[in-house]
Design a protein around this ligand. Sequence first.
Ligand SMILES: Nc1ncnc2c1ncn2[C@@H]1O[C@H](COP(=O)(O)OP(=O)(O)O)[C@@H](O)[C@H]1O
Ligand SMILES: [Mg+2]
Length: 352
Amino acid sequence: MTDLISIYDARIADGSLTRDDAQEAVLPHFERIRAALSAPVKRGLFRKPPPPPKGLYLWGGVGRGKSMLMDMFVDALEDIPARRVHFHAFMQEIHAGMHKARQDGVEDALAPVAQEVVKSVKLLAFDEMQIIDITDAMIVGRLFDMLYEGGVVVVTTSNRHPDELYKDGLNRQLFLPFIARIKEQLQVWELVSPTDYRQNRLEGAPVYFTPIGPEARQSIRDVWTDLSGGTAEPLILQVKGRSVELPAFRNGVARATFYDLCGRMLGPADYLAIAEELKVLVLEDIPRLSRNNFNEAKRFVTLIDALYEAKVRLICSAAAEPEMLYVEGEGTFEFERTASRLREMQAQDWGK
Ligand SMILES: Nc1ncnc2c1ncn2[C@@H]1O[C@H](COP(=O)(O)OP(=O)(O)O)[C@@H](O)[C@H]1O
Ligand SMILES: [Mg+2]
């Protein structure tokens, strides 16, 4: 078993990471948790299980390496039962579980769902904790308590300090005890690195690949591997009571084909929700657009508008250069704006 500091050093040595003081300062905190979890548990008939070690709430600006460090930590846990999951996806599972428990007539629906989690893991690693939804806000407090009571350690990344969670949310006063609990159960640490590595990685790198072919496909695959940095999971967004699925998501980066996003009956609200959730979209196989695929083209325009407004970085493969994607038929004039946005979004300093 190797400690995190050695793992980090090895990745500096092999050139896959650049040394960063602020990142190095985080390592001992993850290492403290790793060591505590790996220590053999003393068992005794009358011995109460020791309280779990304090978790970690790692927050800071985008692209600083929060998710990368957390992934490194989770990998280093080896055979300790741990799960790394996007916070949003986890909460959806909890709600689904509660829904089922209620149907089965369980009065306190959260309890059995939390018990399931407690039985399956010793550590939960949440990526991108944020609380927007009141239904999440009203249950996370008890959920975290039950996890803690059950000995589950929580580590999480977030873009904001705990005090800023669910800011201006409905009935926020009911949420404040949760913030207090987070500060009690997790060590709060800001990753203050000056470098946005995501932006760095994309700097100067091509982000628009044309024509579509083996070469573009390979380039897209390489960018995706580099940015996602691990196994992706589908991300399901709830929009106005409907589910919108992004087939592959990790670390704020999603990968989808043109037909995944524009070949289905999605509308502006869906594209806004997608744009809200992402930092980077890797979009493959944008075809030539015309009268024959007018609906797809219209959706594509809406998608690009949403990404543009939300400053989402777009990396794509397309059948032609932006200006040549849509050259005949109704809507060509409207498409000029889209083409120009596609150009602008290729600029080095584009993105959130
Ligand atoms: N020290 C580093 N050297 C090189 N690349 C890094 C370093 N830290 C992070 N990265 C890369 O930068 C990108 C953004 O990091 P990520 O962990 O996703 O940031 P955050 O979660 O803080 O937004 C990822 O591709 C990651 O592998
Ligand atoms: Mg992240």
